[in-house]
Design a protein around this ligand. Structure first.
Ligand code: AMP
Length: 466
């Protein structure tokens, strides 16, 4: 379980009877594609139809590879959930592709999940000792099985969800579809994002606000940390009894990495625009790590907004130094180091005219292993740059994430192994500076954040996940 790290996006929709939602989910998932490129899936059902009559389609690949007009047209139902997923070592198997669906007491239960439950291993072991069997290796299945079991002892699905989430520790944005209802829950710490949108004949739930626009939904609000939302008969009900969950002392810890890298630039999460947070990070970097240079540029796409902020604060002009081939997937998804290296070259090319003879400030949002930045510096120098000063719009990555963001273990984190000066030499930069942690917190004003990957202060126990 510890080797399983998932980065995912979830989307759910409930519309009036006899409407079909599969296309809406397709558009929503496409808007969330940046949250996971490995697998995608959609489950729909008809709230007026036979209980247990669910239509599920899922596979490995991008949303556009998994679905076509024919598959979508065959999916009939006015309520549905969808998922995009990317997992690293250990979890890349079809059994883990979501939605997961099960026959249970009340028909069919389908579930999608973004995040990671740190005590899932314990819960699973407990259930296995009682004779339970599992098909998948993901923590999502543990949650689904527990909800299905709990439903036998509660009066409705939302009560079963509530009872089960009382036991869960970690980051989660969960959507559960029962034959008549769509239920959503966000972890009491608010680690994972989830928001509500309104359409004329129903409601939408999505990991990020950018997915609401994709189906023309109006943003209503973020789901509160710990809140359970139930949509039935086209109406929205809320239960806030877990909002100040004692498991986390009623405190909140929103994942700061969503703002640094993960979320889409046009999304607004918990009242803070991702764009503004990145722009601010760049501005503060210019103040804490000033340098004389001819131009500022960013690593596409992850460093561009911070670069614009750096340029704004420093007065050094912003220029595009790279062309990005948008038809090649993210560098990060290539599994081996060698493939990662070649991936960089496939994706980015230097615009020689811009960089020749210039002193350059190169901005990226983060350094993990150092592969990307080292490659880009080499490319800039080959194209004639006279100096390359690297500025990183987050603090050094020092600790793994146990809540579902893919930060590799410490042995692969360059900042854990080497000093900043040693990293500078390794990547071949003229100078290197990171954003200070106190400045990082200023990029999301008044929002309590989890920055455990930088400071090691985990907001929960992390026992199983270690
Ligand atoms: P590396 O080449 O290993 O140093 O990785 C750094 C690059 O990966 C940066 O350009 C980041 O934008 C990107 N990155 C950082 N964290 C993640 C993550 N959790 N998932 C995907 N990409 C990431």
């Amino acid at each position: 379980m510890g080797s399983l790290h998932e980065e995912c996006g979830v989307f759910g929709i409930f519309r009036q009877a006899h409407a079909d939602v599969a296309h809406d989910i397709y558009y929503g998932l496409t808007a969330l594609q940046h949250r996971g490129q490995e697998a995608a899936g959609i489950a729909v059902c008809d709230t007026m139809g036979e209980r247990g009559n669910i239509c599920l389609h899922k596979n490995m690949g991008l949303v556009s590879e998994v679905f076509n007009e024919e598959t979508l047209a065959g999916m009939k139902g006015n309520v549905g959930i969808g998922h995009v997923r990317y997992s690293t070592s250990g979890g890349s198997v079809t059994e883990n592709v979501q939605p997961l669906s099960y026959h249970y007491l009340k028909g069919t239960l389908a579930i999608v999940h973004n995040g990671n439950i740190v005590n899932a291993g314990r819960l699973k072991e407990e259930m296995m000792k009682e004779g339970e069997v599992f098909r998948a290796t993901s923590d999502t299945e543990v949650i689904a099985m527990r909800i299905a079991r709990m439903r036998a002892h509660t009066s409705c699905i939302e009560e079963a969800v509530k009872e089960v989430t009382k036991e869960l520790l970690g980051g989660y944005a969960l959507l559960v579809m029962s034959p008549r209802k769509l239920v959503a829950i966000r972890d009491p710490l608010g680690l994972k994002p989830l928001c509500i949108g309104k359409i004329t004949d129903g409601y939408v739930l999505a990991s990020e606000s950018c997915a609401l626009s994709a189906v023309d939904a109006e943003f209503v609000r973020d789901v509160k940390p710990g809140e359970i939302i139930t949509i039935r008969n086209g109406k929205l009900f809320t239960d806030e009894t877990l909002c100040n969950n004692t498991l986390c002392n009623g405190s909140q810890a929103h994942c700061v990495f969503e703002y640094i890298y993960f979320a889409r630039l046009d999304s607004v999460l918990d009242g803070i625009s991702v764009y503004s947070a990145r722009f601010q990070a760049g501005r503060m970097l210019a103040e804490s790590g000033p340098v004389e240079a001819d131009l500022v540029t960013g690593v596409p796409e992850s460093g561009l907004t911070a670069a614009a902020g750096f340029a704004d604060a420093s007065g050094i002009p912003f220029m595009h130094a790279f062309h990005k081939n948008s038809y090649v997937g993210r560098t990060f998804i290539k599994p081996t180091q060698q493939e990662r290296q070649t991936g960089v070259h496939m994706k980015l090319n230097v615009i020689t005219e811009v960089v020749k003879g210039k002193r350059i400030v190169l901005i990226d949002d983060s350094i993990v292993r150092g592969t990307t930045i080292a490659n880009l510096i080499t490319m800039l120098r080959k194209a004639g740059a006279s100096a390359v000063h690297v500025r990183i719009s987050s603090p050094p990555f020092l600790y793994p994430c146990y809540y579902g963001t893919d930060v590799p273990d410490s042995t692969q984190l360059i900042a854990k192994q080497f000093s900043i000066e040693e990293i500078r030499k390794k990547i071949g930069a003229d100078s290197l500076a990171y954003l200070r942690i106190e400045d990082l917190k200023k990029t999301t004003p008044d929002l309590p954040v989890c920055s455990a990957c930088f400071d090691g202060k985990y907001p929960t126990e992390t026992y199983d996940a270690k």
